[in-house]
Design a protein around this ligand. Structure first.
Ligand code: FES
Length: 592
């Protein structure tokens, strides 16, 4: 039996552990919105399949029949069917829940429209589903395109318009939902024109196919043979069965509309109750206080009373830009939901006074500070400013800091100090740019550089590692150049970590800068800080080490405690950052 695992085994064990960790984190991050999105994607996929099927009507009735055979075979395959019907129930249920639960809408017109479109679909499509699907399940009807088109275009022509309307409504609803979800993704801007073309093309082809096939059915329906072959009792059922199906549709509509009415009444009752139940005061820490009914989230209260509040994702618990710091005792606050806790952990905070304004519904007076400037990252910033609103993406952050600059300043004229620090930052920036990164922020004698704005994660990690080596080489050169002026060579510390962050323009009016916010950035800064205590030039997180696909044993590994994180973090320490270039290049050669 082999007792010592090989390097390859260790690496795959690391990857497995990493994968399990990511999976656990992803599961912790699932909230109602994620469930609604996934069920919506299933329904949208069904719609695409249905539309493509309709589009075959542009070719021939035979092509349409083949299409419906494949479409039905896939969607009625039991596991797929179960997921599909569960998605219908979940998506509709969550839509009704949203109607009750949403008190304020962030993008004023689009969000209520999106909700109204979604809620109208079950009512508009009920007769079709009951007639086709329930007719098959209860009475064994075989209603395919010829039978349905005959009903829509010959028996009740108004239903052809109704079906066209419901298909368009469902499509627009799906497209808006996808737009909201994808708008924070980095790739969205690139692919949006293609998606728009597809979003227009598919329903257009589908409606044209529906029309073409309908014309064929209208023409054929005068033929007695066609009627015998396509309108038999086995296919379309008896008048009594049709009456039963109509009655089921009516009951469904009464129940559904009754449920919507009940929810609207419940909203009214809640509003009354909240007014009677008392008001609470929200103090923004800048002298502004508003009185709001209990039950609103802090973000909803801000929107209702026109207090600017950063909310890049529109209250969907995805961006964390609505974060507030509660002043005073936090023990009386409601516990964070699983989703809120997940988002807060992603930005690396376990401080109970930091909460998401879009999730926190205080039951008593509350004082707090907003952590982000509302003018720069408000939900509607994209409509008024050409600035880049927040996007979620994977980036690698590299923090570099010059050591001993305070002592340097003590012993020199200010001009000399500024000259040396600028030379240092110049050497560092050049190394970053040469390796595909972007110098992003300069803080005194330190700098944040970002990698991955135009590269895939693996490349971004490799670029950052090579940039660290180049920084060491450039600083060595600088030390030689300044050897007569410096009592001691310039030293530095580097921290590198990668992960999902929010990138966008931050600042105020004319002082906007493009930067990244998030856990990965904070951790990189902390790793840089830690190079002092661990007496090394650079510290690289295990995340970056694995993503860069370096060999498991090429750099010493250790666990370190990161401030604000409950779990220790695995990192690699590098005594001499210049060696990173050889390690990365060596790995690339080995891989080739
Ligand atoms: S608004 Fe995005 S998390 Fe609250």
């Amino acid at each position: 039996m082999e007792l010592n695992p090989t390097i390859g085994d260790l690496s795959s064990m690391d990857r497995m552990a990493r994968f399990r960790d990511r999976l656990a984190r992803s599961i912790r991050g699932i909230g109602l919105r994620q469930v609604r999105f996934v069920s919506g994607v299933v329904l949208f996929t069904y719609l695409i399949s249905h539309f493509l099927n309709h589009a075959l009507g542009n070719i021939s009735m035979e092509a349409l029949a083949t299409g419906v055979y494949l479409h039905t075979m896939f969607w009625q395959f039991p596991p797929v069917g179960m997921v599909f019907y569960a998605s219908i129930l979940i998506h509709s249920g969550l839509g009704i829940w949203a109607l009750y639960q949403r008190r304020e809408f962030h993008w004023k017109a689009v969000e209520p429209l999106q909700l109204a479109l979604g809620l109208s679909v079950p009512a508009l499509v009920a007769a079709h589903i009951v007639g086709a699907r329930l007719g098959q399940a209860l009475f064994g009807h075989e209603k395919l395109y010829p039978q349905e088109l005959y009903v829509f275009l010959v028996v009740s022509p108004y239903r052809a318009w109704l079906m066209s309307a419901v298909l368009t409504i469902a499509w627009v609803h799906g497209c808006i939902g996808l737009h909201f979800w994808l708008r924070m993704r980095a790739f969205y801007k690139r692919v949006a024109p293609f998606l728009l073309a597809i979003a227009v093309l598919i329903p257009t082809l589908a409606l044209l196919g529906f029309y073409q096939a309908g014309r064929t059915v209208i023409a054929d329906s005068d033929d007695p043979d066609w009627r015998i072959n396509n309108l038999s009792q086995k296919q379309v059922g008896t008048p009594a069965q049709a009456q039963t199906l109509d009655a089921i549709t009516d009951y469904f509509l009464i129940g559904y509309l009754g449920l919507i009415g009940f929810v609207l009444l419940a909203r009214g009752a809640r509003a009354l109750n909240e007014r009677r139940g008392g008001m609470i005061a929200l103090s923004y820490g800048n002298g502004r206080t508003i009185r709001v009914p209990k039950g609103l989230s802090v973000l909803e209260a801000s929107l209702r009373y026109n207090v600017p509040h950063a909310s890049v994702c529109g209250g969907r618990a995805r961006c964390s830009t609505c974060r507030i710091r509660v002043i005073g005792d936090c023990s009386g606050l409601p516990e964070p939901s699983q989703r809120e806790a997940f988002v807060l952990s992603r930005v690396g905070t376990s401080d109970p006074s930091i909460r998401l304004a879009c999730q926190l519904r205080p039951a008593a007076d509350l004082s707090f500070f907003q952590l982000f400037t509302p003018h720069t990252v408000s939900a509607d910033a994209h409509t008024s400013q050409p600035s880049r609103i927040g996007q979620e993406r994977y980036l690698v952050s590299l923090f570099v800091d010059m050591r001993g600059s305070t002592q340097l300043a003590e012993k020199r004229l200010p001009f000399d100090t500024v000259f040396i620090v600028n030379r240092f930052l110049g050497a560092v920036s050049q190394a970053v740019i040469d390796n595909g990164g972007q110098p992003n922020q300069f803080v005194g004698d330190g700098m944040l550089a970002l990698f991955g704005l135009a590269a895939a994660p693996r490349n971004a990690c490799r670029q950052a590692l090579k940039a660290a080596a180049a920084i060491a080489a450039n600083v060595d050169e600088l030390n030689q150049f300044l050897s007569h002026d410096l009592r001691e060579p310039i030293r530095f510390g580097i921290g590198i970590h990668g992960g999902e962050v929010i990138v966008g323009d931050i600042g105020y009016r004319d002082h906007m800068v493009f930067t990244a916010l998030g856990d990965a950035v904070n951790v990189a800064a902390r790793l840089q800080d830690m190079t002092k205590t661990l007496a090394c030039e650079a510290i690289v997180s295990e995340e970056v080490h694995i993503t860069a696909a370096l060999a498991a044993d090429d750099l010493p590994q250790q666990e370190v405690a990161i401030r604000g994180r409950a779990e220790p973090m695995s990192v690699r320490t590098i005594a001499n950052a210049r060696t990173l270039s050889t390690i990365v290049d060596g790995q690339a050669v080995a891989a080739a």
